[in-house]
Write a protein that binds this ligand. Structure first.
Ligand code: COA
Length: 397
């Protein structure tokens, strides 16, 4: 079978079948104890001690459905237009907008951080869902550009005041939000969790080479969030999904670690011992044409697989909401799936490719402007570095 880039490879299966998890609630499956590891405010030591001494045990029901009940988003203040970029590299507003559909993007400045954007986006989702921070039991932070090497999910949890939650990060580039959303529904179905914040956020401007006109025109910074809540199986809003990765394509889109081992560590006698690796990441490198081909080939296949699992066809969905990478990719996928343009959600003209943030950012805008209504079915798909790609068919509320 061909891999993501169309090269013959035995390892990738485009239509993988899964065994579905049992939907019913069985007494033996009920998880009755949950150790709450987060604790009240206070110093690190006090917090750890508090949590050890006041572990809370909550009954949890597994086998539940899950639904999206709130969304939010946040973007940095600084706007960079195509004309601004034309002052840095040899390009033009016309070239960029015709080839990509992008006109503006937002970029971190001053003391803005990914964590700050993530917290603002998550607050919007909690507010819309009428859920208090204390009611959240898991924060999934989907990002490839955390403020800290070790991730920033726990800091987002702390800053939101989600003291009964635990948190972790997911790194899956522009597919990150889709992976996080599917993970959340598994924690609800298999682990009995009730309220899960899924935050997609990226600040790729940190890794953009602003002298490379092939990449700097594409990316922007943002965060978006959804609150996924447990519900009865009859209300289940996660109708089908499909996930893939193919490391053969990593060379087409990456930002690899680079080591500076030019300085040796010396012992007390001044003898050189070893060169410690002081590492950082390279700027984003991309073969645009290959990534374009991969997206228009693999994304429709993935959406079709997720639709099949949902028992739906493309004609029965209300909205197509793809990762916002390039308007020509969005149009090509919509054409392949025979979805008319008035059912396609797109806001990348204003924000560019915001990686893991792009789907929840566009969803939030579409919900708040009244485009997406309660009960609407949305086919969404993420795709990007890895290579990774995947789809979800979901119902809004
Ligand atoms: N402005 C003006 N000219 C540009 C340019 C820019 N910003 N970027 C590239 N060019 C030039 C190239 O140098 C090349 O010139 P040449 O013909 O003299 O050699 C010409 O335009 C065509 O370049 P090419 O790279 O073939 O353009 P393209 O049609 O493939 O468009 C992308 C480039 C990046 C817009 C397009 O490939 C793309 O969007 N790919 C998908 C990338 C993506 O979405 N990545 C993220 C996935 S999550």
């Amino acid at each position: 079978m061909a891999n993501a880039l169309g090269i013959v490879s035995p390892s990738v299966h485009c239509f993988r079948r899964r065994n579905r998890a049992p939907l019913g609630l069985h007494g033996s499956e009920k998880k009755t104890a949950f150790i709450c590891l987060a604790a009240a405010d206070g110093g690190v030591e006090g917090r750890v001690l508090d949590s050890a001494s006041s572990r809370s045990y909550r009954p949890r029901a597994v086998g539940m459905g899950s639904k999206l009940v709130g969304c939010g988003s946040a973007v940095p203040k600084l706007l960079i237009s195509n004309d601004d970029l034309a002052q840095i590299v040899e390009t033009s507003d016309e070239w960029i907008s015709v080839r990509t559909g992008i006109r503006n993007r937002r970029v971190l400045s001053g003391n803005e951080t990914l964590g700050g954007l993530a917290v603002d986006a998550a607050k919007g989702a909690l507010q819309m869902a009428h859920v208090e921070a204390e009611e959240v039991d898991l924060v999934i932070m989907c990002t490839s550009t955390p403020d800290d090497l070790f991730g920033c999910g726990a800091q987002v949890q702390r800053d939101l005041g989600c003291k009964n939650a635990w948190a972790f990060d997911i790194t899956a580039a522009c597919s990150g939000f889709v992976v996080g959303l599917i993970s959340a529904t598994r924690f609800i179905k298999g682990g009995g969790f009730q309220n899960i914040l899924v935050v997609g956020g990226d600040v790729l401007s940190r890794y953009v080479d602003w002298t490379d006109r092939g990449t700097c025109i594409l990316f922007g910074d943002a965060a978006g969030a959804v609150l996924v809540q447990a519900c009865g199986n009859d209300e289940d809003g996660l109708l089908g999904f499909d996930l893939h990765s193919d490391g053969h394509g990593q060379r087409q889109l990456n930002a690899p670690a680079k080591d500076d081992d030019s300085n040796f560590i010396s012992n007390n006698n001044g003898t050189s011992l070893f060169p410690p690796k002081k590492s950082s990441y390279s700027c984003i490198q991309m073969n645009g044409k290959e990534v374009f081909r991969f997206a228009v080939r693999c994304v429709p296949q993935s959406i079709e697989a997720a639709l099949e699992e949902a028992g739906l066809t493309s004609s029965s969905i209300d909205w197509l909401l793809l990762h916002q990478a390039n308007q020509r990719i969005i149009d090509a996928v919509a054409t392949r799936l025979e979805i008319p343009s008035d059912k396609v959600i797109s806001n990348l003209a204003n924000y560019g490719n915001t990686s893991a943030a792009s789907i929840p950012l566009a969803l939030d805008e579409a919900v708040r402007t009244g485009k997406v209504q309660a009960g609407n079915t949305i086919a969404t798909a993420g795709f990007g570095a890895g290579l990774t790609w995947g789809s979800v068919i979901m119902r809004w509320k």
